[in-house]
Design a protein around this ligand. Sequence first.
Ligand SMILES: Cc1cc2nc3c(=O)[nH]c(=O)nc-3n(C[C@H](O)[C@H](O)[C@H](O)COP(=O)(O)OP(=O)(O)OC[C@H]3O[C@@H](n4cnc5c(N)ncnc54)[C@H](O)[C@@H]3O)c2cc1C
Ligand code: FES
Length: 259
Amino acid sequence: MRELELTITQNIKIAENIYRMDFSLTEGVGAIQCGQFLNLSLNRPDLLLKRPFGICSYDKDGRSITICYQLAGKGTQEMSTMQAGDKLMATLPLGNGFKLCDSYKKVALIGGGVGIFPLLSVPLNYPDKEYYSFLGYRSKSFVCMKKEFEAFCCSRIATDDGSLGQKGNAVELFLSNYDSIKPDVILACGPTVMLKALKKGLKENNINTPAFVSLEERMGCGVGACLVCVCQLEKREGVAANARVCKDGPVFNILEVEL
Ligand SMILES: Cc1cc2nc3c(=O)[nH]c(=O)nc-3n(C[C@H](O)[C@H](O)[C@H](O)COP(=O)(O)OP(=O)(O)OC[C@H]3O[C@@H](n4cnc5c(N)ncnc54)[C@H](O)[C@@H]3O)c2cc1C
Ligand code: FES
């Protein structure tokens, strides 16, 4: 993990309220694990808290990095006004990402909303797997990164209003295709309500496939010190426990985390 200056090389709108920001780094950060994130400082005294964003793609030595962001509040609004050449400080790479063992050949990626973006980094670490993606968007105007996913996997889309792909959400889309794919592992990222629906859906359909989820908890420090991002783990032998999403996660085994 390093605190480094990032130079914006491109900041473009790719869908309704969604932008892609590319950075170059003067010093490489070294190896990045898919599913890790960075914590971005916004250079404004009224926006002191850093903002976390999943790393979408990166080159091998960590000298160029891409994130995608959706307008949410003041910080992301400010980001949308930035231009190539602007510089920002960031701490990266942070957290524990997705780790795939050799026996996982077929990988299902389930992404909803901004959770879609970090999943794009998975084949960078693991290029030799068979990928199936199930991506959920609010409607057609929010659809982005479609071609990028299609480049490495068999990709299906759902929209809440049915304006593109199947009507419904990414979890419903995945469950309706499960039997024809039977993946060895499931990786999911999205809002808590989506991950909760996934956990319930797997249980109700007796699907025991290993599943790992990346949580999007609100964050403070991003490095395990402030405890803003604490989540609840499933009780073990009746004993409750917490975990820090930034440091112990953001990726957890779905069976171990309470959703
Ligand atoms: C590990 C991690 C990875 C993330 N990756 C991405 C990404 O790749 N792309 C992306 O667009 N966003 C991502 N987010 C969410 C992103 O950090 C927030 O949307 C952003 O910080 C909002 O900043 P803001 O100043 O614009 O909004 P604020 O003014 O801080 O908040 C505006 C609204 O957004 C909500 N919000 C703020 N932070 C979060 C959060 N962490 N999770 C859910 N809701 C939040 C607030 O409750 C509020 O309703 C990620 C969050 C985490 C924890
Ligand atoms: S954000 Fe501070 S401990 Fe996780």
